[in-house]
Design a binder for this molecule. Structure first.
Ligand SMILES: [Ca+2]
Length: 383
């Protein structure tokens, strides 16, 4: 803006200067005009000059006066030009200073933005390092199927199905519900029915809680006996169970059962397990006849089906309720038995029996302390 204004000013001055130079430059001195008139003298022209006495009078302006006027005009134009140049230089300097100020402001703003982003990244990093690794998306993918195996078999034939939360609607269930599907583990199609890792979710719950489920499907949870019942009791499918264990020393073991189903609520969801395979031992069946939890009903502290009537003896201790003995957690207790994957996470009490238990997984004859566990089920494709 300033630049264009200054340029216009200079341009105008230059034009004026050229114009003035042309006008006054072309004005010849009077004496020369007189000479030319006299040299090309003819009777006709003599008469013409006689007819224009006024013109002759103008042409006869004194030469020194005319030169003086021209000089003054030229000086005036020069001064104008000088002034314009000075103003132009000043405005250019000002403009450059303004531009530099603007650039500095922009740089300051960007620098602040970068600092703010760096702070946010640091906060996020801290947040991530504090939280347990959560590789699954939090929102359920709107894809209906009967169970995770069904989803994998139907959608998975077209495109790869990722692990995560899905909505399923098993046969016999009057309502759809959300489940965590593991699609990458051992061929995929696994519906996770129980998961524990950090010990954030407490498993000391009532019968009602164990019926409907609790916890967070993207973290630790118990899916719920009713939902599991609906999944494994579909007419067209049979299911297997996989129990994955991780010790406090970061070692892994598993127990797999080639069939798994539950009886209905009226029978307190008695558990039925097929053949065992794995390296953690068959803690569901245990080592002695009375340890066998297979075909036993589920128990909580408020619904007692544990087979201790009126009491069992563990060591020297009489036990009336295995759930109470296990800090009010729920399981398919059979005179307590050797397995309780719902036990208290990292139990620090004196008796190991009340922690997460899979007592056939041992080292040096002693049960290994368990920190993470998951129970998942998948359709079996053979009968
Ligand atoms: Ca009892």
């Amino acid at each position: 803006m300033i630049q264009s204004r200054a340029s216009s000013l200079i341009f105008l001055s230059v034009i004026c200067f050229i114009w003035a130079d042309a006008v006054f430059g072309n004005a010849k001195p009077c004496s020369t005009m007189n000479t030319s008139l006299t040299s090309t003298d003819s009777p006709a022209t003599k008469n013409q000059t006689a007819d224009i006495p006024q013109e002759k009078k103008q042409c006869c302006m004194p030469c020194d006066f005319q030169a003086k006027v021209m000089r003054e005009e030229k000086h005036y134009m020069c001064r104008n030009l000088q002034t314009s140049l000075v103003e132009y230089a000043r405005s250019t300097k000002k403009m450059i200073r303004n531009m530099m100020d603007d650039h500095q402001s922009s740089l300051d703003y960007l620098s602040n933005q970068v600092n703010e982003l760096m702070s946010r990244i640091m906060l996020l990093n801290n947040d991530i390092s504090r939280r347990p690794m959560d590789v699954f998306p939090h929102r359920a993918i709107q894809s209906h199927g009967l169970d995770c195996s069904d989803i994998k078999d139907t959608i998975g034939t077209v495109t790869k199905t990722p692990s995560g939360l899905y909505i399923i609607h098993p046969e016999g269930s009057s309502y759809p519900f959300e489940v965590l599907c593991e699609m990458d583990f051992r061929g995929g199609g696994w519906t996770v029915i129980q998961k524990r890792s950090e010990g954030i979710v407490e498993f000391q719950k009532t019968w009602s809680d164990y019926l409907d489920g609790f916890g967070d499907l993207s973290g630790e949870f118990w899916l719920g006996l009713r939902k599991v019942f609906h999944i494994v009791n579909q007419k067209t499918a049979s299911f297997m169970l996989y129990v994955g264990l991780e010790s406090e020393d970061d070692t892994y073991a598993y127990a797999s059962y080639d069939s798994f189903w539950l009886e209905d609520e009226a029978c307190s969801f008695k558990i039925h397990l097929g053949r065992y395979s794995g390296n953690a031992g068959d803690a569901f069946r245990g080592l002695k006849k009375e340890d066998n939890q297979n075909s036993f009903p589920f128990s909580t502290f408020d619904v007692d089906n544990d087979g201790c009537v009126p009491a069992c003896t563990l060591g020297e201790q009489p036990i009336k309720s295995c759930s109470n003995f296990s800090e009010k957690t729920g399981w398919w207790f059979s005179q307590c038995g050797l397995a309780n994957l719902n036990g208290v996470h990292r139990f620090t009490g004196r008796m190991l029996e009340t922690g997460i238990r899979w007592d056939t997984w041992t080292v040096g004859g002693k049960p290994i302390k368990i920190k993470s566990v998951s129970m998942k089920i998948r359709r079996t494709y053979f009968r």
